[in-house]
Design a protein around this ligand. Sequence first.
Ligand code: ADP
Ligand code: UDP
Length: 238
Amino acid sequence: MEKLEQLYEGKAKKVFRTDDDQLYIVSYKDDATALNGLKKGSIENKGIVNNLLTNYLMQQLEEKGVPTHFVRQLSDRETLVKKVTIVPLEVIVRNIAAGSLSKRLGIAEGTQLAGPVLEFCYKNDELGDPMVNDYHIYAMNICSAEELRQISSMAFKVNDFLKEYFSGLGITLVDFKIEFGKTDDGKIILADEISPDTCRLWDSKTGEHLDKDRFRRDLPDTAGGYREVIKRALGKEI
Ligand code: ADP
Ligand code: UDP
């Protein structure tokens, strides 16, 4: 497998073309941004934690019947993935009120929700990823009704799996964001990452934030939360 030119550099990852036109290499960086890019910094070894955890979770999800872009881990920071056209939606699932939902609806952070909440945001940095509903999604031709049905069903499956998995590690899954993509043969699969950058993870006993909120909220030892998650998940000291 030959790594060819860089196609894209995002806020947290770089994407490279390979000599197989159906495969990309993603490379995870330590760079962190928040507040729509206004706050910039770096979290030591975050790229390693996010790569290893994403790959582990995607392999588990595959076994549970959720198709993903994961192909093979190449190194601590690099993974071979299936090339997709990303469906420009941030698919968010929430179990407990936090962040923008708490602000928008005036529900105190930490309040258990009566059932999981599924939200969609249109992935567009200039617009600040505005929330959209299914009518906006069809009106903008973002995806078809059948594709949105598949995306929603997979998102709840991912939530069921992650909730139980993290609970076993003494971690409460508050909410998370995932992305889906379409392969050249038209299949919708889970892409991007599942990591402390994209999930709110609270220590079940102490309520301590083990995720990117530590960075967003200027809490001490940002890297410590990531280290703790990977230690509990994979037994790895990073
Ligand atoms: P952002 O673009 O928000 O700054 P990243 O730094 O994580 O985010 O960049 C990674 C980019 O690669 C994202 O835009 C993501 O949607 C995209 N991506 C993730 N997985 C794949 C894939 N399998 N094929 C193509 N693009 C992908
Ligand atoms: N999230 C993300 N990327 C984004 C926005 C949100 O990964 O661009 C994740 C975030 O980490 C949290 C969930 O989606 O787990 C819900 O985030 P929320 O809408 O509360 O936004 P925030 O308060 O993070 O701005």
